[in-house]
Write a protein that binds this ligand. Sequence first.
Ligand SMILES: Cc1cc2nc3c(=O)[nH]c(=O)nc-3n(C[C@H](O)[C@H](O)[C@H](O)COP(=O)(O)OP(=O)(O)OC[C@H]3O[C@@H](n4cnc5c(N)ncnc54)[C@H](O)[C@@H]3O)c2cc1C
Length: 365
Amino acid sequence: MAHINLNVDKQNDSAVIVGGSLSGLMTAIALSAQGIHVRVLEKSKEGERSGATLKVDGYSMGQYKLEEKLKRLTSGGKSDVQLWSSIESRLRENAHNDPNIQLHYNTRVISVDQNEESAWAETIDGHLFRASILIGADGHRSLVRKKVAPDHPDAEFAGYVVWMASILESELPSNLVFPRGEQVKIFNDENGFLFGSVIDIENEPSRIGCTWYDNTQTELLYRLGAVIGKFVHHSIQGTDIPEKDIQILGDQAKTHWPEPWRTATLHAIYSGEFIGVPIKEYVPIKLTHGRLALVGDAAHVPSPITTSGFNDSLIDAVVLGECLPEGLQASKAILGLKKYESLRLKKMQDMVESGRLFSKNFGKY
Ligand SMILES: Cc1cc2nc3c(=O)[nH]c(=O)nc-3n(C[C@H](O)[C@H](O)[C@H](O)COP(=O)(O)OP(=O)(O)OC[C@H]3O[C@@H](n4cnc5c(N)ncnc54)[C@H](O)[C@@H]3O)c2cc1C
């Protein structure tokens, strides 16, 4: 331990969150609402990450006040398909304006641990962040999960990839007419499903969202190292796909998807402006261990067909905050985390299992 810089947070009523994406930011906001001081450690640079689109549950009633606030904030007041980047920037701005929250970007955590008094994260540059509790919001390959559930640490490949693109409508031929006013169009055939949507966000140019569930490209995923054995290692950028495979994807899109979605999909494929996300799943068996707890994709990884991953991550954050109303002194921290687990675990298991029913039929290995 001699190399570690003990520049630690000494506050007793404080939390460290590993991962500053959507779950990490929502959890920070929820804990801050209980008066808890929070440090969020995120390995990426600020504003560097991006994603495609998410279907956000913006209108349904919330059991808690904070649930409604987070739903309004993340949906921008709409129940709709949202750009990942819009959700993230709204949450980040809210967190930046909150005096209880400190965001540390470019901060990669390499280990986490705990003792009777505190929990801590060690970063790659030798800093130690110590607090009363440590929350893993570090996504589907969570490092914190390895401590919480060492016997069941990894999400597994579900046998298909989702190709995602959000194309500027202005880059497409002007004679194409996309249906507006309806939420999402769904097409399916033996090669999978295509979800098409128009993403209209105030003060931003319209985009066309195309999300293609494809179970025919497992060999490509293995060949590019995106999937190794049972485990997903990374997503694929369209520009990293070999030319011959681009031609195969293009031919499939031409054959299977109707206009105007066909042209939009082909534009994304041939320009390389799309990503492929190999789908993985994780059914949780535990959410807490002492002063450590999991939220979001670190806790549960459902198939995106459930459209629940983000929406349930929001509920994780709210319920965790509600379980810690009296702060983190003495035994309150551990009891609060246990209560969170008792309220959330079964619901998460059911949510992931519902997606697995689909994956068992659709996935190909
Ligand atoms: C294709 C696809 C479509 C989806 N569509 C929907 C949908 O329509 N509706 C819905 O509700 N959900 C959907 N989801 C799920 C949703 O995207 C996620 O559940 C949600 O974004 C929560 O993610 P997260 O913040 O928990 O994890 P992530 O976004 O993975 O964030 C984890 C963060 O932790 C950081 N991190 C990781 N390790 C470390 C470390 N060691 N040190 C520091 N930082 C670290 C990462 O850089 C990252 O920023 C979809 C998912 C996929 C894959």
